[in-house]
Design a protein around this ligand. Structure first.
Ligand code: EPZ
Length: 423
């Protein structure tokens, strides 16, 4: 399996171009199941999770091609409505095919996604919503069997603003004639991008003044062409990396307001920024980083997907910081690996206590999830000496060519496979 070798301490300078959002393109690709028309998506990042999603669409009967950031999807009319476990176990987001398949076939058999490193990750909110739309949900030998004599529009209140459940229910309701109202929905920018695609396909999806999602579904939806919104998590990850290395880096082609709370916290911690319409310039600074107490929250709160990266930054702050991870029950896996690099972090339940240190030192560490993996990359960039990161396939799930983007700034990162490469 591939590893990264990082020579720390090199000055970073230049620009990083943000790619298309992984967490927008995955549900949007799944939305292509709502029609047999051709469907074209631009600015699709070449990531493991994207390739897994294309395998899922192919397994369901779609014809897909992917080159230079554009995906073309067509169908010859014989869509399947069940998915092999092999594919679902690789990526939890594959459960999002449930909504479109239920809407099209009134019956779908989807393996229940297991938990992952972040926690149990149940899908009860998805299933409760499908039941409100008229489906019967059964759990049989690890599969969820969804069936409905008739699907009816409904008013659904989510017990928690789940991103996946919001998207799954939106897509299902888009093919149910009438008005479905979703309350207490997720408000992440990726939801807006999915809504924009459903509107282009002929549904009517809009937020009302109470922040509810109103979906006026149709009997059939047509194909469309769309360009994915910039990835706010990738953008934010590079901004934090630049801040940790006290570098002079501009992240371009991004949407700064999608990272507004991160930008606020970086400035509060003492990192000078220039913020433009589609770029953020992280500027070098000499003063110490101010320790902060933050908590993750649904958008527009601080993104849980930027929490491990923020932890790596606070490991170098001048004093005691705290992170309260309110979204996932187990998202501090990077902490013990950062401690191996000299960080002073103690975690208890959902709180991480971080005492900043002067310097981190390179070490042999292991990634266990995609954002935690990037946090180790950040630590390796600013550590003294060499860091080796194992299991970087986690990082490849969410970041396209991270070593290429960072080496172009002056980093020294080598990707190698000890089983294959003579190193
Ligand atoms: C999406 O996951 C993202 N994934 C995650 O990004 C992100 O961390 C998460 O939203 C929160 O922002 C994609 O978009 C592909 P949730 P999702 O449903 O939809 C609980 C990354 O790093 N929950 O909002 O699965 C759940 O256990 C990934 O790119 C239920 O209890 O997240 C979790 O504690 C990691 N029942 C919380 O809600 C449900 O039915 C948030 O989950 C659904 C969720």
């Amino acid at each position: 399996m591939d590893r990264f070798l990082i020579e720390g301490g090199h000055a970073l300078q230049g620009t990083v171009k943000a790619g298309g959002s992984k967490n927008a393109c995955l549900p949007i690709l799944v939305a292509s199941l709502l029609t047999d028309d051709s469907f074209v998506l631009h600015r699709v990042p070449n990531l493991r999770d994207v390739r897994t999603t294309l395998k899922i669409l192919t397994a369901l009967g779609k014809k897909v091609s992917f080159s230079d950031g554009t995906v073309h999807i067509t169908a010859d009319g014989n869509l399947k409505n069940s998915l092999p476990y092999e594919l679902v176990k690789q990526m939890r987001a594959s459960f999002w095919v449930a909504g479109p398949l239920l809407a099209r076939f009134r019956e779908a058999v989807i393996p229940l996604p297991g938990g992952c490193a972040l926690g149990a990750r149940p899908v009860d909110i998805h299933l409760k919503g499908f039941e409100r739309l008229g489906a019967v949900c059964q759990n049989e030998s690890g599969n969820v069997i969804l069936s409905a004599k008739k699907l009816e529009p409904a008013k659904i209140t989510l017990r928690f603003p789940s991103v996946g459940a919001t998207q799954n229910l939106m897509m299902c309701a888009a093919l149910i004639p009438g008005e479905t109202v979703l309350e207490n929905v997720a408000k992440e920018p990726e939801i807006d991008d999915v809504a924009a695609v459903l509107n282009k396909m002929g549904a009517e999806v809009a937020s009302d003044d109470k922040g509810r999602l109103i979906i006026r579904g149709r009997h059939t939806l047509h194909g469309t062409e769309h360009t994915v919104v910039a990835d706010r998590i990738e953008s934010g990850s590079y901004m934090i990396a630049a801040a940790a290395c006290r570098a002079d880096v501009t992240v371009t082609d991004c949407v700064p307001e999608h990272n507004s709370i991160l930008l606020e916290y970086l400035q509060e911690a003492g990192v000078p920024l220039d913020i433009g319409g589609n770029f953020v310039h992280v500027k070098p600074y000499c003063g110490s980083l101010k320790p902060m107490r933050i908590r993750t929250a649904p958008y527009p709160g601080f993104a849980t997907d930027l929490q491990p990266q923020w932890m790596a930054l606070m490991a170098l702050a001048a004093g005691a910081s705290e992170i309260d991870e309110t979204i996932f029950e187990n998202r501090f896996m990077a902490a013990p690996e950062l401690v191996r690099m000299g960080a002073d972090i103690v975690t208890e339940k959902t709180i991480a206590h971080i005492n900043g240190v002067k310097e981190l030192t390179g070490a042999h560490v292991m990634a266990s999830d995609l954002r935690g993996g990037f946090s180790l990359l950040i630590a390796g960039l600013c550590a003294k000496g060499t860091t080796e990161i194992e299991r970087i396939y986690h990082i490849d799930r969410g970041y396209e060519n991270p070593e290429g983007k960072l080496n172009a700034l002056g980093a020294r990162i080598t990707r190698y496979n000890p089983d294959k490469d003579e190193f």
